[in-house]
Design a protein around this ligand. Sequence first.
Ligand code: ATP
Ligand code: MG
Length: 395
Amino acid sequence: MFTAFLIKYAEIGVKGRNRYLFEDMLVHQMKYALKKCEGQFVIHKSQGRIFVQAQGEFDFDDAVARLKRVFGISGICPVVFAEDEGFEKLCERVTAYVDQVYPDKHRTFKVNARRARKDYPLESMEINAKLGEAILHAYPEMSVDVHSPQIMLNVEIREKIYIYSEIIPGPGGMPVGTGGKAMLLLSGGIDSPVAGYMIAKRGVKLDAVYFHAPPYTSERARQKVVDLARIVAGYAGPIWLHIINFTDIQLYIHEKCPHEELTIIMRRYMMRIAEQIAKETECLGLITGESIGQVASQTMQSLVATNEVCELPVYRPLIGFDKLEIVEVANRIETFETSILPYEDCCTIFVAKHPVTKPNLKIIRRHEQNLGEEIEALVRTALETKELIVVEETK
Ligand code: ATP
Ligand code: MG
């Protein structure tokens, strides 16, 4: 019965000069989201609203599921169109709508008519009253509540007549593309996909980098990261995933530096390399899944050590989250099941038994000196042999 959606978007960011940018990006992202949905859709802006109009048959549930992943949308209202064939026909159409959408009639309602076309013979208030009467007449179990109705029945009179009452919540946030681009350090874990999701939700486009260490990390671990990127791309749009072979750098650090500092020094090189790629690809920041105190490399002292090697801001949206809260989001965005697949994301030879939890910057810097110029050559090689995959959403 529904043939269109009225898209509600948050007020934030829609004001002033940014309004067009915001709306155009939203339309762009909606088109991308619906590209693989069964059916044809026309999306158009009209009087500060965005409509998605299906052209013939379409998969309603799939269309809703896809729109629910478009940041910037606060609500999705399924709409029924009626031709303007006089007020009597409209009463029939509206009562039929109520019957179809609300099989259980024990509810309160309010009609909210809007006359966008001023040549319509009745005024909004009259339309409200008369449609209300018609509904009460057809379904005596229903009652009117003008203050907090259970059903807000919207009837908009335009060229055609739009009837809608349901609002399916959207994800909120800002349309991806309105906020620049950032480089996500994406591992196969639970945290980093959630971190990427959260920053994308603020309108930021994502690139990603994954450090793998074959043969210490498996092909399946790498595939898992690609799969995670695919799920995140369902929200953030296509992601350029850079894959860096980190093995030689890790082995070299392992050879030259104290083992308890291995993780910190390794993380410093990840940040340096990520920043280099970020700068080449016009990213305005780095994103990690770090949260204070979660592991040795995420104490405040460790964060100072990993932070100091970057000039770009490092965004850590999970910084104040507990693991349980992160898992909750991971479940909601459907990355969790993939994240907990058991493939090793790091070989045990690279993990010290007692890693430093309060690294001393001066000592870390001094030990990095042991790496000499050779490390620069290894970094260069890693960058030169980097692989790039453009990852699109799963389905
Ligand atoms: P996650 O669940 O995201 O893997 P974690 O709890 O395992 O996080 P760490 O391994 O300390 O934490 O990593 C901290 C952050 O560093 C990650 O959230 C991620 O952003 C980045 N990171 C770690 N390992 C890699 C990797 N192999 N490739 C890319 N980024 C990584
Ligand atoms: Mg990890």
